[in-house]
Write a protein that binds this ligand. Structure first.
Ligand code: ZN
Ligand code: ZN
Length: 355
């Protein structure tokens, strides 16, 4: 089923006559449009994509299932929207309450005479979580590049190299492969590795440092997201123990991933494993997130969010332990939920590497 048909089924199921999509990641999923401004209106019979003249040619090329309408100065986009709504006989329009700003809403209220607007939950996030074969193929390519990048980094790790220099290596590698960065790379070492989302600094690597890399490739708008922690020189007993416990927690969580499993339960398995080692208080974030056209796509493995796993979802599984003054370890893989469990898409080895 096309993404447009999937959206129409979701609208029919919720009794929504028409919906305006404004979120850029949702627009891309729905229409194929990759630009930075646009709106799509979908009803049972209408599918209209509106953008401005910067994107006329691109929108016609990319949004093939949609009637494309673009406008140029001094025309106001809200007037164009009203014309299109009237042409499609739409007088009730739902919008994504998590995406439309108060300013945009006030402008619509002033301009869209005769149209009843209603705030609604985004219907696409949940649809987007389940990937089709083309999407999985792109994520696989992004994961392969992440594995290769990790491999390449091993040859660059030595005392005196800075975190920023290693982050630059990651960027250069992905661009040299025709890909991009999923997000700015995290490279943190020594005591700084206790910062789960620390930015790379001018700190030089020293013997005994934990070094955590968290990065991903972007391939045609789809992402990978991998984390590995290694040690420079020989690890202490405590470092070995922490690493082994994080890996154990991750393996336990991976074995629990299957269609129908709850994200809360899978998170709980990793958390309980760390609890038995007396480390759960150092694991502050959720176990994982959906991955796709957004790095944090719909779907969570988290103690606070209800989410049911389905075949075709791609999730990260990333337990971590962070101890101030000592450092941290995180191990993150991307997995595809399959009919009988999951397939781990990132394949870089996970035994503790001492370089
Ligand atoms: Zn990550
Ligand atoms: Zn992640």
């Amino acid at each position: 089923m096309s993404h447009l048909d999937q959206m129409r089924s979701a609208l029919a199921a919720s009794g929504t006559p028409a919906f305006i999509v404004t979120d850029l990641a949702n627009l891309r999923w729905l229409t194929g449009f990759t630009g930075s401004f646009g709106q799509a209106v979908v009803s049972a019979t209408a599918a209209v994509f509106i953008s401005d003249s910067r994107y006329t040619l691109q929108a016609e090329e990319q949004a093939r299932d949609f009637a494309v309408r673009t406008f140029a100065n001094p025309v106001d986009g809200a007037d164009v929207l009203l014309e299109e709504l009237r042409a499609a006989c739409i007088d009730r329009l739902a919008f994504d309450k998590a995406n439309v700003t108060m300013g945009a809403l006030q402008r619509w209220e002033a301009k869209l005479t005769g149209v009843t607007l209603s705030a609604a939950d985004d219907p696409i996030g949940r649809l987007r979580a389940v990937k089709d074969a083309d999407e999985v193929a792109l994520i696989r390519r992004a994961c392969r590049l992440a594995d290769q990048c990790m491999e390449r980094l091993l040859g660059r790790i030595r005392a005196g190299v800075t975190e920023k220099e290693l982050a630059w290596e990651i960027e250069v590698f992905f661009h040299s492969q025709g890909a991009g960065m999923a997000f700015p790379a995290i490279v943190v070492s020594g005591e700084r590795s206790a910062r789960p989302h620390g930015a790379p600094s001018d700190k030089q690597l020293q013997a005994g440092d934990f070094i955590t890399f968290d990065f991903g490739a972007s391939v045609e708008g789809y992402y990978s997201d991998i984390t590995r922690t290694v040690v420079l020189g020989s690890p202490s007993e405590r470092q070995r123990e922490i690493y082994a416990e994080v890996l154990k927690a991750q393996m336990a969580a991976l074995s629990a991933i299957a269609p129908g499993a709850s994200g809360k339960a899978v998170d709980g398995i990793a958390r309980a494993s760390l609890e038995r080692a007396g480390l759960a208080q150092h694991f502050g974030h959720g176990l994982g997130h959906g991955l796709g056209a957004l790095v944090h796509d719909a779907g969570r493995l988290s103690p606070t969010i209800d989410w049911t796993l389905e075949t075709g979802q791609v999730m990260t599984v990333e337990p971590g332990v962070y101890i101030e003054g000592l450092g941290g370890v995180r191990i993150e893989d991307d997995v595809l939920v399959t009919t009988d469990g999951c397939e781990v898409l990132t394949r870089f080895p996970k035994e503790l590497l001492c370089l």
